[in-house]
Ligand binder design. Structure first.
Ligand code: 6PG
Length: 243
């Protein structure tokens, strides 16, 4: 694992740096394999990054967009991660509809939706049994409780290591989420973390000893590149790991 932590002066600089890294990985993937696969996170931090990506001239027919987690709401709900990404980015570019792979949220049982997405990923990535998909770029955020994707503290999803996708749970609200093994299979993982309210959780996530089930972002130890991009408000006072 190649772990890099960068503290940027402010959110705008954080967005610019994440754009640079994301575009570089997308170009590398397209050059190497003829296409790139990127998984999006939800929340608010990544929205300006999605707006910035929308302004790029990319070979959109070679870009495939997935989600690392989704709230279990309809795609037109204000809480939908898919809706946010479509409004900020995907509706603004000539990306083929079939290149957009949203997490389904219409099944009565969220477990069925998780299985549907897992089956879709197995087909798209042509996975053998027991294999996990290697996304070229996996964008993640971190909540002020140390969660990432929809892997919340002390939830059952943290124990699921034999599935690609599972059901997350936030205060009783179902979510669909990549599992930890899927997250750790990505070629390049980029965390975007902004705001002073993230400081305390970041200190625990970066601590040499802390409880992983209390701070699930600690489980993200990908075999590929790992970038933590923090703004100063989030990164202030952190004992950053040695380079
Ligand atoms: C979601 C996200 C979630 C998010 C964190 C941080 O569905 O909400 O995927 O994991 O990344 O909650 O959110 P902010 O970046 O908005 O603080």
């Amino acid at each position: 694992m190649h772990k890099k932590v960068e503290v940027l002066p402010d959110l705008a600089a954080l967005v610019q740096r994440s754009l640079e890294l994301t575009l570089a990985q997308m170009h590398n993937a397209i050059q190497a394999r003829g296409l790139c696969t990127i998984a999006l996170s939800g929340g608010s931090t990544p929205k300006p990054l999605y707006e910035a990506i929308a302004a790029q001239a990319l070979p959109w027919e070679k870009v495939h967009v997935f989600w690392g987690d989704e709230r279990y709401v309809s795609p037109d709900s204000p809480d939908s991660n898919q809706r946010m990404a479509r409004q900020a980015w995907l509706d603004k570019v000539e990306i083929p509809a079939e290149n957009i792979h949203p997490m389904p949220t219409s099944a009565a049982d969220p477990a069925d939706a998780a299985l549907q997405y897992e089956t879709h990923l197995k087909e798209f990535f042509q996975l053998k049994s027991g294999e996990f998909p290697a996304l070229d770029v996996n964008l993640l955020g971190m909540g002020d409780d140390g969660h990432t994707a929809s892997l919340f503290p002390h939830t059952a999803a943290l124990q699921v290591c034999d599935r690609i996708v599972t059901v997350g749970n936030k205060d009783g609200q179902p979510r669909i989420t990549f599992t930890i093994p899927t997250i750790n299979q990505a070629r390049c993982t980029i965390f975007l973390v902004s705001g002073a309210n993230k400081q305390a959780a970041l200190a625990q996530v970066f601590a040499s000893v802390a409880d992983d089930y209390t701070y699930p972002a600690r489980f993200v130890q990908p075999q590929g590149e790992l970038w933590w991009l923090l703004d100063r408000a989030a990164g202030q006072g952190l004992q950053l790991p040695e380079e």
